[in-house]
Design a protein around this ligand. Sequence first.
Ligand code: AMP
Ligand code: ZN
Ligand code: FE
Ligand code: FE
Length: 272
Amino acid sequence: MIDLHSHTTESDGTVPPVNLIAAAHRAGVTTLAITDHDTFTGYDQAVAAAREAGITLLCGIELSTKLRGRPAHLLGYFQRGPSAEFRAWVTALQMSRRDRNVRLVARLRELGLDITLEEVQARGRSMTGRPHFAQVLVEKGYVASLQQAFDEYLDESAKGYVDRNEPTLAEAAARIAAAGGVASLAHPIRIAGDLEPLLPELRRAGLGALEAYHSDHLPEHTAAFLGLAERHQLRVTGGSDFHGATKPGIELGTGRSGNLRIPPDLVARLFA
Ligand code: AMP
Ligand code: ZN
Ligand code: FE
Ligand code: FE
């Protein structure tokens, strides 16, 4: 089985990289991509374990970008690992995230919440993000749930929100392509508005694929994105978006109750 979308404790998953390899092995996944948000640390830590387990581990990443000013996730896959230049760019993205986190802590303190950067970073490690802020707000009893933390404080429309410098999807796709990787639009079902008119320009910028197979996609979504990919000469990727306990009910390789069926020749076609 193939699974090209998974997260570890190095971003917002709950399974450490080495344990994720063991879990993939148990689940019968033979080709796995670790696609942590804005970091390669989880992939780097899993390489040796994957080799021992006989799992083909693809180097991946999931970048937070903006498309029409709205959040859009872009996956990058690197058959031979990312270039030093691309890694340096990712490090710069992490700095901008850290800068946002400093301002977000200040904003939440202004709103009367007792929260520190150290507390949040203790949970987020190399990729501290809003989900970790939400955890702290729940633990401290300011809100009852992670969703309430977003609704009241952290969502783009909420009173605590502070902006972050994120690359546009086109810029991120161009960077991935220039580094020898394949850029794939993650879970395209979440893109608001009509996607098709944007595809010619995104493809020229460096977009190489669409994630047609994803555990949030119904069969008709997958069929529609396969059609879009075909019409715009894009390749196709797929994965569960496994996060462990952060997203319960999603299994490696098979998605939600077996709704993920990734064709066995997908990886060969991706890098053909
Ligand atoms: P960040 O990259 O730190 O800005 O955090 C983005 C992550 O926060 C997303 O990948 C989601 O997992 C989560 N997130 C963003 N907005 C919401 C929301 N309204 N409700 C729940 N989770 C959200
Ligand atoms: Zn995630
Ligand atoms: Fe995503
Ligand atoms: Fe993801």
